[in-house]
Design a protein around this ligand. Structure first.
Ligand SMILES: C[S@@+](CC[C@H](N)C(=O)[O-])C[C@H]1O[C@@H](n2cnc3c(N)ncnc32)[C@H](O)[C@@H]1O
Length: 427
């Protein structure tokens, strides 16, 4: 760390921060009590490994970028990974070994051992994640990593190992910033700050000036007492994504599940027409749903629940609009039942919470604890959906004595909105 700080001070500025190991691992702490808005670091552009600089530093940079654009939304992450491999950064991580790269002080401050699902052994598959959304995410990630590795191998002059690739890819996934001016980039010093919730975050950052000679500036945005940890935000992410890219979970973060959504029957022309107008796919798809987005799926479930008709009537556009809002009580009941069936099916697929062989290694105990928490959150979210649907159905189907004034679907929706606001599962 001293080498990194000396390097930063030679080229830019960093203030008032001490690096220590705390409850979140190594992190940045207030060296003294800090009041008001204070500049914590000012880093000239040349200290940042931007995707443009990485591409320029690789003989195959331009071709790799072009090829990566074909199959990933963030090609810069692959270019940065390739650059770390080309620079042999892993060899210098957490070591004093000789390195003639300009970024040597940064590489030496990088962690050698990481624990994210990308680095879990391929065969390691904890029982608790079977059937979960988390399992789908991990499988999809492994699949895309294999494709990325093949792409990098076809560009690098020297052979690269799978282990080195996974290390470099995990470093980039867990540390790269996305700055509007520079796109993806590694920012030495700043990337030592751990992640906190919106209430905990104590810094904000910006890039001033142009890409070649601008500066990355991090500022304090609330007072801190001495030794308090300085936290930044990695974005409002569900625990499944925090686990996937960063290898940790928060005690309170929102859960996500995937629910199967089946298109209406082929012969139900009107339903098919409305389904497609709403963006529904031709085949069964799994949609990611959380406690904030579930209502956006209701129109699709309504469309899928429409009774078949031979032809598309002239008023089909009007009907599409009605399906987006709440239309009629019987349709709403059928749609909610479909939603409930999808939740039940997803719940059935989850393993009992206590399943799983006892873990041995330290990384395994930690990984299994994180997985168990994420899957428990999925289960809670699915149970919460079921509870909401039950509340809605008893409202729509029952005598509605308890809720006088709830006469039509829109009142029911408003009522559900209130229930949702009061009871959303935050943990
Ligand atoms: C950008 S780095 C932060 C610095 C890192 N702790 C280090 O020693 O280099 C991101 C990594 O820090 C750890 N981390 C960040 N925020 C965390 C948190 N709230 N709880 C636990 N670990 C956290 C995770 O290992 C994550 O992959």
């Amino acid at each position: 760390m001293e080498g990194l700080e000396a390097w930063i001070r030679r080229h830019g500025r960093c203030e008032a921060v001490a690096f220590q190991v705390g409850s979140r691992g190594r992190g940045a702490f207030a060296a003294e009590s800090l009041q008001g808005v204070e500049e914590l670091c000012r880093l000239p552009a040349k200290l940042l490994i931007t995707e443009a600089r990485a591409a320029a530093g690789l003989p195959w940079g331009a071709q790799l970028r072009e090829a990566a654009e074909e199959f990933t939304g963030a090609p810069g992450l692959l270019v940065l990974t390739s650059f770390l491999l080309h620079e042999d950064a892993k060899k210098h991580a957490a070591s004093e070994s000789a390195c003639d790269s300009f970024y040597a002080p940064y590489y030496r401050a990088l962690p050698k051992d990481l624990n994210t699902p990308m680095l879990w052994p391929e065969a390691w598959h904890p029982n608790c994640i079977r059937g979960s959304h988390l399992e789908r995410l991990i499988k999809a990630k492994r699949h895309s990593l294999a494709l990325e590795f093949t792409l990098l191998q076809s560009h690098h002059e020297k052979p690269i190992s799978w282990e080195d690739f996974l290390w470099a890819r995990s470093i980039v996934a867990s540390r790269a910033y996305a700055l509007p001016e520079l796109h993806r980039c590694l920012v030495p010093w700043a990337d030592l700050l751990n992640h906190g919730t919106a209430e905990e975050v104590a810094v904000r950052y910006t890039f001033e000036g142009n890409a070649d000679d601008g500066e990355f500036v991090m500022t304090l945005c609330r007072p801190l007492v001495a030794n308090e940890e300085l936290l930044q935000s990695y974005g409002r992410k569900p625990n499944a994504l925090l686990l996937l890219d960063y290898g940790f979970v928060l005690p309170y973060a929102h859960a996500v599940v995937s629910l199967p959504l089946r298109p209406p029957a082929k012969e139900a022309q009107l339903a098919q027409h409305i389904w497609r107008r709403l963006g529904g796919r031709d085949r069964e798809t799994s949609l990611e749903v959380d406690s904030a987005s579930w209502t956006k799926l209701l129109p699709l479930w309504r469309a899928a629940s429409l009774e078949g008709r031979e032809t598309i009537p002239e008023e089909a556009e009007v009907l599409t609009q009605r399906v987006k809002d709440v239309w009629e009580i019987s349709l709403e009941i059928r749609a909610l039942r479909r939603f409930q069936e999808a939740c039940d099916a997803a719940l059935q697929k989850l393993q009992p919470a206590e399943a799983g062989a006892p873990a041995k290694a330290e990384w395994e105990i930690f990984a299994e604890r994180c997985c168990t928490q994420v899957v428990q959150e999925e289960r809670s979210l699915l149970n919460w959906f079921s509870w909401l649907i039950e509340a809605a159905l008893s409202c729509l189907e029952g005598p509605r004595r308890d809720w006088p004034g709830l006469d039509g679907p829109s009142e029911v929706t408003a009522y559900l909105g209130q229930l949702q606001a009061m009871s959303a599962p935050h943990s």
